[in-house]
Write a protein that binds this ligand. Structure first.
Ligand SMILES: NC(=O)c1ccc[n+]([C@@H]2O[C@H](COP(=O)([O-])OP(=O)(O)OC[C@H]3O[C@@H](n4cnc5c(N)ncnc54)[C@H](OP(=O)(O)O)[C@@H]3O)[C@@H](O)[C@H]2O)c1
Length: 250
């Protein structure tokens, strides 16, 4: 095992090649974290990781498909091997597809649950021992899990039944982490935004002006704030909605 640079915290970020995950990875790199970053597209991940390394920390890349259980296990193992501690686990990788409940195929449902719920469950199973160990070594700060859920996990949105159900399950997983591990310093937060201007929301740009969507930087700011909290403050969920007369919608 190669220990992380003395005194440097380490984070594992999935979905780190673009969008919100990349934004959080950049914020963590600038805050002095060593990183493990993951996504499927190896070439894109390499490019993103190169830019993250400019901040001066160590950046380990793990191309992996969160729909494949062996990849999820390998990701947790590689992080532990390279960094030896886990201060922040960011569950960023996610997929969504829109469609009325009656028209959503079980294949689409299964993919969304595989990436948005099953992978986080397996990743948590394999990361909790190191999260607990890291928290025990730093009882004031503890260690953090930050999961990118969605406002659709809190309030139902037409045409997003499978996605919303998966994101609600992710919120529940974070609550379970808090009930099982927050007393030992491992605290989980599900960030639940409405539409953020990324590739994932490109399909609604014709009806929602991207300049009126939540900024990636807004979500990054919230995530970084959570990482700075003491282990005495548990924040189970943060809901972020867009301005307007209907607040409980994506
Ligand atoms: N954008 C929004 O409006 C919005 C709102 C609320 C919540 N969220 C949530 O925030 C998270 C990030 O969203 P985003 O908008 O930043 O998405 P994005 O721009 O589409 O980026 C998704 C990231 O996840 C990776 N990814 C996708 N499928 C994967 C898989 N099967 N295995 C491993 N990595 C995978 C992608 O890389 P590869 O394609 O190379 O794998 C990419 O790095 C998601 O969980 C999403 O559900 C987004």
């Amino acid at each position: 095992m190669t220990p992380t640079h003395v005194g440097r915290r380490a984070a594992l970020v999935t979905g780190a090649s673009r969008g919100i995950g990349l934004g959080i990875a950049r914020g963590l790199a600038d805050a002095g974290y060593d990183l493990t970053v993951s996504a499927r597209d190896a070439a894109r991940l390499e490019k993103s990781a190169g830019a993250l390394a400019d901040a001066g920390g160590r950046v380990h890349r793990v191309p992996a498909d969160m729909a494949v259980e062996d990849d999820v296990r390998r990701l947790a193992a590689e992080h532990a091997q390279h960094h030896g501690r886990l201060d922040v686990l960011v569950i960023g990788a996610g997929v969504g597809s829109a469609g009325a409940l009656e028209q959503t195929t079980t294949k689409r449902y299964d993919l969304q649950f595989a990436v948005n719920v099953r992978a986080p469950f397996v990743l948590l199973q394999h990361s909790l021992p190191l999260l607990r160990k890291t928290a025990a070594a730093d009882p004031e700060r503890g260690s953090k899990v930050i999961a990118l859920s969605s406002i659709t996990g809190v309030a139902a949105e037409p045409d997003l039944a499978a996605y919303g159900a998966a994101k609600a399950a992710l919120i529940s997983l974070c609550r379970s982490v808090n009930s099982e591990a927050s007393a030992q310093g491992v605290c989980a937060t599900a960030i639940c935004p409405g539409y953020v201007d990324t590739d994932m929301s490109a399909h609604v740009r014709d009806r929602i002006d991207p300049s009126r969507m939540i900024r990636i930087e807004d979500v990054v700011e919230l995530a970084l704030s959570v990482t700075r909290l003491s282990a005495c403050a548990v924040v189970p969920e943060i809901v972020v909605t867009r301005p307007g007369d209907q607040l409980w919608r994506a």
